[in-house]
Design a protein around this ligand. Structure first.
Ligand SMILES: [Zn+2]
Length: 324
């Protein structure tokens, strides 16, 4: 999203700084960090000791979007390109979907459910090989992609309200609301990770739920906007130590309450899902014993890759779709 910088009172003030990146960085980090609490002891020892790594790298896939053009479609799927709910014309199996729509079309409309298959395959392999750097990297990134699948606007083409005069709604839903309300106000006592018999069926279900909620996400904001004075919709308020023009606290809270806790529910479910998929991959790998304090958590290749990601991200060179 374009950033407009305004000189005000002799200082720089940022206007609407939220970008469309699917759960903002704040929420992605919280989800990975909280998911660790749900794991059983055999897996939790390693993940607990590496919680900081899992939090810090929760946002690597979004950073990679600036460096790798194939990355964008891994974060979403515009299900409404395939008819209406429950989108039966779209085969859930990759090869069948390619045969029906071509790979180009699938890539164009997003591939998150199939990318999750690739990522969980990598995590199971890493668990089997007790390859700690790969376990941590893949787990952190699965936390990201799977959480993205819980965001309603990741399942429809009008993902930032660009077709309905609601530009910015993506950041309002996934960044502004959680940043304002998650810490302290929302309940993240969630229970335990569960074994998932059929992982693809699980994330397809989450995507279908997201898709069902997308209409409400857009409609409720539209209605609220229509009865809100424009001067009350945005306000200069502090964010991360900077004065920025953003959706006002009042407007944000009104929107959240009209959605009746949807953002909190989707975030809680994201935590539960991430922990359960991590746990399921570990079980499918034969529940290997893992060290609680590994000697090496990154190899030199990964370190270099992450350094590059950070560099590209700072340069903000977006390749491909602006979607998430
Ligand atoms: Zn993402």
């Amino acid at each position: 999203m374009a950033r407009l910088l305004l000189a005000l009172w002799g200082g720089w003030v940022m206007l609407c700084p939220f970008s469309a990146t699917a759960w903002g960085f704040f929420a992605h980090e919280r989800i990975n960090g909280l998911a660790v609490n749900l794991l059983p002891p055999g897996l939790q020892a390693l993940f607990r000791s590496q919680q900081t790594y899992l939090i810090r790298h929760a946002t690597d896939p979004d950073k990679r979007r600036y460096a790798v053009k194939e990355e964008g479609p891994r974060h979403y799927i515009d299900l409404d390109r395939y008819g209406t709910y429950p989108f039966d014309s779209l085969p859930r199996e990759w090869k069948q979907a390619v045969a029906r729509f071509t790979e180009d079309t699938l890539q164009q409309h997003g591939i998150v459910p199939w990318w999750m298959e690739v990522m969980t395959g990598r995590l199971i392999k890493a668990f089997r090989e007790k390859d700690i750097p790969r376990i941590l990297q893949n787990a952190a990134e699965i936390g990201h992609y799977l959480s993205d699948a819980h965001v309603p606007l990741h399942t429809c083409r009008n993902h930032n309200g660009q077709f309905s005069g609601q530009r910015g709604i993506h950041g309002l839903w996934e960044s502004r609301i959680p940043e304002l309300l998650a810490d302290g106000k929302w309940n993240f006592w969630i229970g335990q990770a569960a074994f998932i018999e059929d992982m693809p069926a699980y994330w397809w279900l989450r995507l279908l739920e997201s898709s069902l909620a997308a209409d409400s996400v857009l409609r409720i904001e539209k209605e609220l906007d229509a009865r809100t004075d424009p001067s009350e919709k945005y306000a200069y308020e502090e964010r991360k130590g900077k004065l920025v023009r953003q959706y006002s606290t009042r407007y944000t809270k009104q929107y959240d309450s009209l959605m009746n806790g949807m953002v909190e529910r989707r975030m809680r479910l994201s935590v539960q899902s991430v922990a359960s998929i991590w746990f399921t991959c570990w079980v499918l790998a034969g529940q290997p014993d893992l060290p609680s304090s590994p000697q090496q958590r990154e190899d030199p290749e990964q370190r270099e890759m992450i350094r590059q990601l950070d560099r590209q991200w700072r340069l903000k060179r977006v390749n491909g779709s602006e979607h998430l």
